[in-house]
Design a protein around this ligand. Structure first.
Ligand code: NAI
Length: 300
Protein backbone atom coordinates (compact mmCIF):
# COMPACT_ATOMS: atom_id res chain seq x y z
CA UNK A 1 0.00 0.00 0.00
CA UNK A 2 1.38 3.37 -0.90
CA UNK A 3 2.44 5.70 1.88
CA UNK A 4 0.56 8.98 1.72
CA UNK A 5 0.35 12.24 3.60
CA UNK A 6 -3.22 13.33 2.81
CA UNK A 7 -4.54 15.64 5.55
CA UNK A 8 -1.01 16.06 6.90
CA UNK A 9 0.74 19.42 6.98
CA UNK A 10 4.52 19.60 6.75
CA UNK A 11 7.06 22.36 7.06
CA UNK A 12 10.49 21.97 5.51
CA UNK A 13 13.16 24.52 6.39
CA UNK A 14 15.70 25.52 3.77
CA UNK A 15 13.43 24.00 1.12
CA UNK A 16 14.30 26.46 -1.62
CA UNK A 17 17.18 24.32 -2.90
CA UNK A 18 19.05 21.05 -2.57
CA UNK A 19 17.82 18.44 -0.13
CA UNK A 20 15.01 20.53 1.36
CA UNK A 21 13.52 21.12 -2.08
CA UNK A 22 13.55 17.37 -2.82
CA UNK A 23 11.97 16.56 0.59
CA UNK A 24 9.23 19.17 0.11
CA UNK A 25 8.44 17.97 -3.40
CA UNK A 26 8.24 14.31 -2.38
CA UNK A 27 5.97 15.02 0.60
CA UNK A 28 3.73 17.22 -1.56
CA UNK A 29 3.58 14.61 -4.33
CA UNK A 30 2.10 12.20 -1.78
CA UNK A 31 -0.59 14.59 -0.61
CA UNK A 32 1.03 16.66 2.16
CA UNK A 33 0.36 20.38 2.30
CA UNK A 34 3.80 21.93 2.60
CA UNK A 35 5.28 25.13 3.97
CA UNK A 36 8.37 25.78 1.86
CA UNK A 37 10.68 27.86 4.04
CA UNK A 38 13.76 29.56 2.63
CA UNK A 39 15.17 33.06 2.97
CA UNK A 40 17.42 32.48 -0.07
CA UNK A 41 20.96 33.61 0.43
CA UNK A 42 24.42 32.26 -0.25
CA UNK A 43 26.02 29.09 1.05
CA UNK A 44 27.72 31.09 3.79
CA UNK A 45 24.41 32.66 4.81
CA UNK A 46 24.74 36.08 3.20
CA UNK A 47 22.04 37.98 1.32
CA UNK A 48 18.55 36.73 0.66
CA UNK A 49 15.75 36.50 -1.86
CA UNK A 50 12.18 35.23 -1.93
CA UNK A 51 12.74 33.59 -5.28
CA UNK A 52 14.15 30.29 -3.93
CA UNK A 53 11.06 29.43 -1.86
CA UNK A 54 8.70 30.86 -4.49
CA UNK A 55 10.19 28.70 -7.25
CA UNK A 56 9.70 25.50 -5.24
CA UNK A 57 6.13 26.47 -4.35
CA UNK A 58 5.45 26.97 -8.06
CA UNK A 59 7.02 23.59 -8.89
CA UNK A 60 4.81 21.87 -6.32
CA UNK A 61 1.68 23.66 -7.48
CA UNK A 62 2.56 22.92 -11.10
CA UNK A 63 2.62 19.23 -10.25
CA UNK A 64 -0.84 19.47 -8.65
CA UNK A 65 0.35 19.81 -5.05
CA UNK A 66 -0.37 22.30 -2.30
CA UNK A 67 2.34 24.56 -0.91
CA UNK A 68 2.93 27.99 0.55
CA UNK A 69 6.16 29.95 0.93
CA UNK A 70 7.77 31.36 4.05
CA UNK A 71 10.95 33.46 3.81
CA UNK A 72 12.07 33.64 7.45
CA UNK A 73 15.44 32.65 8.84
CA UNK A 74 15.36 29.70 11.24
CA UNK A 75 18.17 31.44 13.15
CA UNK A 76 15.77 34.13 14.25
CA UNK A 77 13.32 33.23 17.06
CA UNK A 78 10.40 35.20 15.63
CA UNK A 79 11.28 34.01 12.13
CA UNK A 80 11.26 30.37 13.21
CA UNK A 81 7.92 30.83 14.97
CA UNK A 82 6.52 32.43 11.80
CA UNK A 83 7.22 29.23 9.84
CA UNK A 84 5.01 27.27 12.24
CA UNK A 85 2.43 30.07 12.16
CA UNK A 86 2.38 29.95 8.35
CA UNK A 87 1.39 26.28 8.56
CA UNK A 88 -1.35 27.01 11.10
CA UNK A 89 -2.68 30.07 9.24
CA UNK A 90 -2.60 28.44 5.80
CA UNK A 91 -3.61 24.88 6.60
CA UNK A 92 -4.96 24.87 10.17
CA UNK A 93 -2.49 22.38 11.63
CA UNK A 94 1.08 21.11 11.59
CA UNK A 95 2.12 17.44 11.68
CA UNK A 96 5.58 17.16 10.16
CA UNK A 97 8.65 19.28 10.88
CA UNK A 98 11.68 18.72 8.66
CA UNK A 99 14.64 20.72 9.98
CA UNK A 100 16.94 20.93 7.01
CA UNK A 101 18.18 24.53 6.67
CA UNK A 102 21.92 25.04 6.76
CA UNK A 103 24.97 27.07 5.84
CA UNK A 104 28.72 26.55 5.91
CA UNK A 105 31.56 28.72 7.21
CA UNK A 106 34.45 26.26 6.88
CA UNK A 107 37.93 27.03 8.23
CA UNK A 108 40.49 25.18 10.30
CA UNK A 109 39.88 25.71 14.03
CA UNK A 110 43.13 27.67 14.23
CA UNK A 111 41.86 30.21 11.70
CA UNK A 112 38.17 30.19 12.50
CA UNK A 113 36.62 33.40 13.79
CA UNK A 114 34.32 32.80 16.74
CA UNK A 115 31.63 34.79 14.88
CA UNK A 116 31.63 32.09 12.20
CA UNK A 117 31.46 29.42 14.87
CA UNK A 118 28.49 31.10 16.51
CA UNK A 119 26.62 31.76 13.27
CA UNK A 120 26.85 28.13 12.16
CA UNK A 121 25.72 26.97 15.61
CA UNK A 122 22.87 29.45 15.38
CA UNK A 123 21.55 28.35 11.99
CA UNK A 124 21.95 24.59 12.42
CA UNK A 125 21.49 23.97 16.13
CA UNK A 126 19.47 26.91 17.40
CA UNK A 127 17.50 27.10 14.14
CA UNK A 128 16.46 23.50 14.75
CA UNK A 129 15.69 24.32 18.39
CA UNK A 130 13.64 27.44 17.53
CA UNK A 131 11.52 25.74 14.87
CA UNK A 132 11.00 22.58 16.92
CA UNK A 133 10.19 24.60 20.05
CA UNK A 134 7.56 26.64 18.16
CA UNK A 135 6.00 23.45 16.77
CA UNK A 136 6.22 21.43 20.00
CA UNK A 137 3.09 22.66 21.87
CA UNK A 138 0.92 21.99 18.80
CA UNK A 139 2.33 18.49 18.36
CA UNK A 140 1.88 17.74 22.07
CA UNK A 141 -1.68 19.01 22.06
CA UNK A 142 -2.76 17.02 19.01
CA UNK A 143 -0.81 13.98 20.25
CA UNK A 144 0.87 13.51 16.91
CA UNK A 145 4.09 14.69 15.37
CA UNK A 146 6.91 13.62 13.13
CA UNK A 147 10.17 15.55 13.41
CA UNK A 148 13.28 15.04 11.32
CA UNK A 149 16.64 16.64 12.11
CA UNK A 150 19.50 16.80 9.62
CA UNK A 151 22.85 15.79 11.02
CA UNK A 152 26.05 15.09 9.10
CA UNK A 153 28.96 12.72 8.91
CA UNK A 154 31.04 15.83 9.55
CA UNK A 155 29.68 15.78 13.08
CA UNK A 156 29.16 12.05 13.66
CA UNK A 157 32.61 11.16 12.38
CA UNK A 158 34.38 14.50 11.96
CA UNK A 159 35.82 16.51 9.12
CA UNK A 160 38.81 18.85 8.79
CA UNK A 161 37.80 22.51 8.79
CA UNK A 162 34.23 21.99 10.00
CA UNK A 163 34.47 22.22 13.79
CA UNK A 164 31.58 24.72 13.92
CA UNK A 165 29.39 22.66 11.61
CA UNK A 166 30.34 19.32 13.19
CA UNK A 167 29.62 20.65 16.69
CA UNK A 168 26.22 21.99 15.64
CA UNK A 169 25.28 18.84 13.77
CA UNK A 170 26.13 16.51 16.63
CA UNK A 171 24.61 18.72 19.30
CA UNK A 172 21.33 17.90 17.57
CA UNK A 173 21.87 14.29 18.59
CA UNK A 174 21.64 15.25 22.25
CA UNK A 175 18.55 17.30 21.52
CA UNK A 176 16.90 14.38 19.75
CA UNK A 177 17.88 11.91 22.45
CA UNK A 178 16.11 14.00 25.09
CA UNK A 179 13.07 15.01 23.02
CA UNK A 180 12.38 11.40 22.10
CA UNK A 181 11.48 10.81 25.75
CA UNK A 182 9.51 14.04 26.08
CA UNK A 183 7.46 13.25 22.97
CA UNK A 184 6.99 9.55 23.69
CA UNK A 185 3.53 9.73 25.27
CA UNK A 186 2.25 12.13 22.61
CA UNK A 187 3.08 9.97 19.58
CA UNK A 188 5.84 12.35 18.53
CA UNK A 189 8.56 10.48 16.67
CA UNK A 190 11.82 12.32 16.26
CA UNK A 191 14.65 11.03 14.10
CA UNK A 192 17.68 12.25 12.18
CA UNK A 193 19.08 11.79 8.75
CA UNK A 194 22.74 11.97 7.88
CA UNK A 195 22.66 12.59 4.13
CA UNK A 196 25.12 12.77 1.30
CA UNK A 197 23.86 14.51 -1.84
CA UNK A 198 24.98 16.62 -4.73
CA UNK A 199 24.06 20.18 -3.78
CA UNK A 200 25.89 23.49 -3.73
CA UNK A 201 27.08 22.47 -0.25
CA UNK A 202 29.04 19.50 -1.59
CA UNK A 203 29.96 20.86 -5.03
CA UNK A 204 33.72 20.42 -5.34
CA UNK A 205 33.92 18.53 -2.02
CA UNK A 206 32.70 15.05 -2.94
CA UNK A 207 34.28 13.41 -5.98
CA UNK A 208 32.70 13.94 -9.40
CA UNK A 209 31.35 10.39 -9.83
CA UNK A 210 29.72 10.35 -6.38
CA UNK A 211 28.36 13.84 -7.05
CA UNK A 212 26.70 12.69 -10.28
CA UNK A 213 25.07 9.68 -8.63
CA UNK A 214 24.01 11.24 -5.32
CA UNK A 215 20.91 13.27 -6.05
CA UNK A 216 19.00 14.92 -3.22
CA UNK A 217 15.99 12.86 -4.37
CA UNK A 218 17.85 9.73 -3.28
CA UNK A 219 17.77 10.93 0.33
CA UNK A 220 14.14 12.06 0.49
CA UNK A 221 12.47 8.61 0.76
CA UNK A 222 14.09 8.19 4.18
CA UNK A 223 12.90 11.61 5.28
CA UNK A 224 9.41 10.87 3.98
CA UNK A 225 9.19 7.52 5.77
CA UNK A 226 10.41 9.05 9.02
CA UNK A 227 7.70 11.70 8.52
CA UNK A 228 4.93 9.19 7.89
CA UNK A 229 2.23 7.61 10.05
CA UNK A 230 4.04 4.33 9.41
CA UNK A 231 7.16 5.49 11.23
CA UNK A 232 7.32 3.48 14.44
CA UNK A 233 10.88 4.46 15.36
CA UNK A 234 12.13 7.34 17.43
CA UNK A 235 15.63 8.52 18.29
CA UNK A 236 17.25 6.89 15.29
CA UNK A 237 19.89 8.16 12.85
CA UNK A 238 19.54 7.14 9.21
CA UNK A 239 22.40 7.50 6.75
CA UNK A 240 21.08 8.13 3.25
CA UNK A 241 23.15 8.54 0.10
CA UNK A 242 22.77 7.60 -3.55
CA UNK A 243 20.13 4.98 -2.81
CA UNK A 244 21.99 3.50 0.17
CA UNK A 245 20.30 3.56 3.57
CA UNK A 246 21.72 2.45 6.90
CA UNK A 247 21.31 3.18 10.60
CA UNK A 248 23.89 4.60 12.98
CA UNK A 249 24.00 4.20 16.75
CA UNK A 250 26.20 5.29 19.60
CA UNK A 251 27.94 2.08 20.63
CA UNK A 252 29.46 0.89 23.88
CA UNK A 253 32.12 -1.75 24.18
CA UNK A 254 31.79 -4.64 26.58
CA UNK A 255 34.36 -2.87 28.77
CA UNK A 256 36.19 -4.16 31.80
CA UNK A 257 35.52 -4.11 35.52
CA UNK A 258 38.78 -3.04 37.10
CA UNK A 259 37.96 -2.06 40.63
CA UNK A 260 35.12 -2.94 42.97
CA UNK A 261 34.90 -0.89 46.13
CA UNK A 262 38.20 0.85 45.39
CA UNK A 263 39.37 2.85 42.36
CA UNK A 264 41.38 0.97 39.77
CA UNK A 265 45.00 1.96 39.32
CA UNK A 266 46.07 3.93 36.25
CA UNK A 267 48.21 0.93 35.35
CA UNK A 268 45.18 -1.38 35.51
CA UNK A 269 43.37 0.94 33.10
CA UNK A 270 46.39 0.92 30.77
CA UNK A 271 46.59 -2.87 30.91
CA UNK A 272 42.89 -3.22 30.07
CA UNK A 273 43.00 -0.65 27.26
CA UNK A 274 42.56 -3.14 24.42
CA UNK A 275 39.54 -4.65 26.15
CA UNK A 276 37.98 -1.28 26.94
CA UNK A 277 38.38 -0.17 23.33
CA UNK A 278 37.42 -3.49 21.71
CA UNK A 279 34.52 -2.55 19.44
CA UNK A 280 34.17 -6.01 17.92
CA UNK A 281 31.61 -6.99 20.56
CA UNK A 282 30.20 -3.49 21.09
CA UNK A 283 26.46 -3.01 21.42
CA UNK A 284 24.17 0.04 21.16
CA UNK A 285 24.58 2.21 24.23
CA UNK A 286 21.50 2.44 26.41
CA UNK A 287 21.56 4.52 29.56
CA UNK A 288 20.74 1.73 31.94
CA UNK A 289 22.43 0.42 35.01
CA UNK A 290 23.22 -2.84 33.29
CA UNK A 291 25.00 -5.88 34.66
CA UNK A 292 28.50 -4.56 33.93
CA UNK A 293 27.92 -1.37 35.88
CA UNK A 294 26.23 -3.28 38.72
CA UNK A 295 29.22 -5.59 38.79
CA UNK A 296 31.55 -2.60 39.03
CA UNK A 297 29.46 -1.21 41.86
CA UNK A 298 29.55 -4.57 43.59
CA UNK A 299 25.74 -4.86 43.50
CA UNK A 300 25.96 -8.29 41.83
P1 NAI B 1 21.86 23.79 0.20
O1 NAI B 1 22.79 24.92 0.43
O2 NAI B 1 21.57 23.39 -1.20
O3 NAI B 1 20.48 24.03 0.91
C1 NAI B 1 20.38 24.61 2.18
C2 NAI B 1 19.21 25.55 2.16
O4 NAI B 1 19.05 26.12 3.47
C3 NAI B 1 19.39 26.71 1.20
O5 NAI B 1 18.31 26.79 0.28
C4 NAI B 1 19.49 27.93 2.10
O6 NAI B 1 18.93 29.10 1.52
C5 NAI B 1 18.71 27.46 3.31
N1 NAI B 1 19.06 28.24 4.50
C6 NAI B 1 20.28 28.70 4.84
N2 NAI B 1 20.21 29.41 5.97
C7 NAI B 1 18.91 29.39 6.34
C8 NAI B 1 18.22 29.95 7.44
N3 NAI B 1 18.84 30.69 8.37
N4 NAI B 1 16.87 29.75 7.53
C9 NAI B 1 16.23 28.99 6.60
N5 NAI B 1 16.85 28.45 5.53
C10 NAI B 1 18.18 28.65 5.41
O7 NAI B 1 22.50 22.57 0.98
P2 NAI B 1 22.00 21.04 1.16
O8 NAI B 1 23.12 20.19 0.82
O9 NAI B 1 20.70 20.84 0.50
O10 NAI B 1 21.83 20.99 2.75
C11 NAI B 1 20.61 20.70 3.40
C12 NAI B 1 20.92 20.18 4.78
O11 NAI B 1 21.59 18.92 4.68
C13 NAI B 1 21.84 21.08 5.59
O12 NAI B 1 21.43 21.09 6.93
C14 NAI B 1 23.18 20.41 5.46
O13 NAI B 1 24.04 20.75 6.51
C15 NAI B 1 22.77 18.97 5.46
N6 NAI B 1 23.75 18.06 4.89
C16 NAI B 1 23.98 18.02 3.55
C17 NAI B 1 24.88 17.12 3.05
C18 NAI B 1 25.08 16.96 1.59
O14 NAI B 1 25.78 16.01 1.19
N7 NAI B 1 24.53 17.81 0.74
C19 NAI B 1 25.69 16.25 3.92
C20 NAI B 1 25.34 16.33 5.32
C21 NAI B 1 24.42 17.21 5.77
Amino acid sequence: MSIRFDDRVALVTGAGAGLGRAHAKLLASRGAKVVVNDPGGSLDGKGGSNSAADAVVEEIKGAGGVAVANYASVADREGAASIVQTALDSFGRLDIVVNNAGILRDKSFAKMELDDFELVMKVHLLGTVYVTKAAWPHLLEQKYGRIVFTTSGSGLVGSFGQSNYGAAKTAMLGLMNCLKYEGERSNIKINMISPVAATRMTDGIIDVKTFELSKPEHVSPAVAWLSSDDCDLTGEIVVAAAGYFAAVKVMRTEGAVLGVGAPATIEAFAAAKDKIFNFETAKPYFRTLDDKVKQALGII
